[in-house]
Ligand binder design. Structure first.
Ligand SMILES: NC(=O)c1ccc[n+]([C@@H]2O[C@H](COP(=O)([O-])OP(=O)(O)OC[C@H]3O[C@@H](n4cnc5c(N)ncnc54)[C@H](O)[C@@H]3O)[C@@H](O)[C@H]2O)c1
Ligand SMILES: [Zn+2]
Length: 347
């Protein structure tokens, strides 16, 4: 077994703290990655606090991982020692079902294996994420970080980037489209940058008036304060597509009403409690309420290459590993611009 150190929680009520653990011995198809940086996703917090009621402890979060290849198995063809690489939310899938065959490992019919809170196929216990010194990953699930991209600022692309890129691509967002992004956090700020780079007219919905100036710098053409009913009403029946990244309870009908005929509201934010939707919000103007889950591996590489081409990375605040609990507390207050990234040299 490969002895590792990291930060994890032993119970929903326990803080994320130093932990020693084992990973599987690398196999022929495996890449061992020395982790340089790991982004802090709101999902990490949902998971360690068991807000989705499925956490297996100990839980070591982190699925926005970047680093360098330390060693490769005999069968590894795509990577060599020293390469700058990334790992997102997936480290395994069946690879044979129709979804996997199409490159949608994230929708694997047999369930994909998560980077954390999954099941290691060799040792049987839970998979452990990127708040750690190294990780062992099958080469199929390892991404190439484009040359010249800032490694720390690239980390959040592995979840926040692909989770917003994938639905924006799927619903063919581009020039001539009016697109809304709800919530300006880690996902939301990447959604703004990517939708803008795709050529859409982008409107940010936020509850905090103080974020308006930033939002414009990040790619918003317009900012709407969602608590202001008059401002919201001006946009009735006008959007082609809205991407909702909000992590907390919030009203959905208010956004559905802003979609035009055949418009789609896509939910990517995953609040703990069910959302309520009035039937009339979707019946009227044949609107769709949809969802989207991260993205497949080929699409994640496509997103990284798209971001490199457009000069996009995340806006980050670097923290040390032992500052993680404070970072979670600040994330809950939306006090981060716009993604915390842990410098693993501080582990
Ligand atoms: N679907 C997926 O594949 C996927 C992938 C990653 C994360 N997520 C989920 O997406 C959500 C967002 O993640 P994040 O890392 O960007 O979190 P974050 O905390 O960085 O951002 C959430 C943002 O929502 C804002 N917000 C809260 N209440 C709001 C309201 N009523 N109206 C408008 N904005 C509001 C907050 O101010 C914050 O800026 C989380 O629930 C996370 O678990 C889903
Ligand atoms: Zn995430």
């Amino acid at each position: 077994m490969l002895q590792c150190v990291g930060y994890g929680a032993t119970a929903a009520s326990a803080p994320v703290a130093p932990i020693s653990f084992n990973r599987r011995d690398p196999g022929a198809e495996d890449v061992v990655i020395k982790i340089a940086f790991c982004g802090v996703c709101h999902s990490d917090l949902h998971q360690v606090r068991n807000e989705w009621r499925n956490t297996v402890y100990p839980c070591i979060p982190g699925h926005e991982i970047v680093g360098h290849v330390e060693s490769v198995g005999a069968g590894v063809t795509r990577f060599k020692v020293g390469d700058a690489v990334g790992v997102g939310c997936l480290v395994g899938s069946c690879r044979t079902c129709s979804a996997c065959q199409k490159g949608f490992e994230n929708y694997c019919e047999n369930g994909f294996n998560g980077t954390y809170n999954g099941v290691d196929p060799i040792i049987g216990g839970p998979t452990f994420g990127g708040y750690s010194d190294k990780i062992v990953v099958d080469q199929h699930f390892v991404l190439t970080i484009p040359e010249g991209m800032d490694l720390a600022a690239a980390a959040p692309l592995l979840c926040a980037g692909i989770t917003t890129y994938s639905p924006l691509r799927h619903w063919k967002v581009g020039p001539g489209h009016k697109v809304g992004i709800v919530g300006l956090g880690g996902l939301g700020h990447m959604g703004l940058k990517i939708a803008h780079a795709m050529g859409a007219r982008v409107v940010l919905f936020t509850t905090s008036a103080g974020k308006a100036e930033d939002a414009k710098k990040l790619g918003a053409d317009e900012v709407v304060i969602s608590k202001n009913a008059d401002e919201m009403a001006k946009h009735t029946d006008s959007f082609d597509f809205i991407l909702d990244t909000v992590a907390a309870d919030h009203p959905i009908d208010a956004y559905l009403g802003l979609l035009k005929l055949d418009g789609t509201l896509c939910q990517v934010g995953a609040p703990e409690n069910p959302l309520s939707v009035s039937a009339f919000s979707v019946i009227w103007r044949r609107r769709s309420f949809a969802g989207s889950l991260i993205g497949g591996i080929p699409e994640t590489q496509e997103m990284l290459d798209f971001c490199a081409e457009h000069g996009l990375t995340a806006d980050i605040e670097m923290i040390k590993m032992d500052e993680i609990e404070g970072a979670y507390a600040r994330m809950l207050k939306s006090d981060v611009k716009y993604r915390f990234v842990v410098d693993m040299a501080s582990l």
